[in-house]
Design a protein around this ligand. Sequence first.
Ligand code: GDP
Length: 358
Amino acid sequence: MKKALITGITGQDGAYLADLLLKKGYEVHGVKRRSSLFNTDRIDHLYQDPHESDIRFVLHYGDLSDSTNLIRIIQQVQPDEIYNLGAMSHVQVSFETPEYTANADGIGTLRILEAIRILGLVKKTKVYQASTSELYGLVQAVPQSETTPFYPRSPYAVAKMYAYWITVNYREAYGMFACNGILFNHESPLRGETFVTRKITRGTAKIALGLQDKLYLGNLDARRDWGHAKDYVEAMWLILQHDTPEDFVIATGITTTVRDFIKMAFDEVGITLEFTGEGVDEVGTVVSCSNPDYLVEIGKEVVAVDKRYFRPTEVDLLIGDPSKCKEKLKWEPKYDLAGLVNDMMNSDLQHFQKERML
Ligand code: GDP
């Protein structure tokens, strides 16, 4: 039985990847940070009572800022594959906590690679490093591929740039099977609530159900290449099953503005929006509402811009070129953007409908 170790097991990708690997017959170990609040909502359904036999899902307390802890966990588990998904992953928050971000997202990756070397696991343990389209930042070419130069635009992206190159370096210096997946934005009903897509689908559901008046957002012109996290964790696994260690872009190849994502979310509940005004004065107003379950007034202003959500330096246009992963890994996503918005809206509507009934 193959053993996998996942850092960031409590996050969106950790939860979907754990699920996938358990279905593939792996023994899955996860590293989670201690918190005074419960932080395992996304993986609670995978929990096994330690008294059961055939335990295949095990959690370890740990932290990417603690080398000795990582060495101990890796020594104990002796994993065949490590997926380094742990990170402070919010771009805007990284401007507030740049040093912590560098430590966890940058040096954290080095700690894992060094642990493998110290423990003599270089030939046994494969490493997947969660790299990101944020590396392209102020984009140097459109679309972005494995050969496009990086130009990071946030403390998060700069930390991830170190992690990217140290992964390449350990592959070249020590012959490690260590690979970067350069994943473009990937979303789902499990996405953190402060990322723009989830903020929009939650806000839309609450507005439709009469639980919220207005949704405040930042830069509506920003464009992202959004895929479904379920499809993207499949790509992570494929990257480590490939015959040679290589870096891959994972993307849909389609880019959409934040504004259009908002329109699609409202469309899901039968509400048509119109945007007027510019910059901080732009607003989204209800033009029609075809669903009798959601009685939102025609002419009501439901989306507005708030300057506080603008970033000191922004990434305006991300669009990935997935040719290499399609050709070499035969990766084919199952969700398109409409399918993603539908999945997220259904989940958030269900959640808030239940809340309204309480
Ligand atoms: P990121 O690509 O990792 O930064 O993912 P996010 O979902 O946080 O942001 C995607 C884009 O949406 C960025 O260009 C943001 O500037 C833009 N955006 C516009 N309004 C908001 C908002 O209210 N919250 C967030 N998180 N992003 C916003």
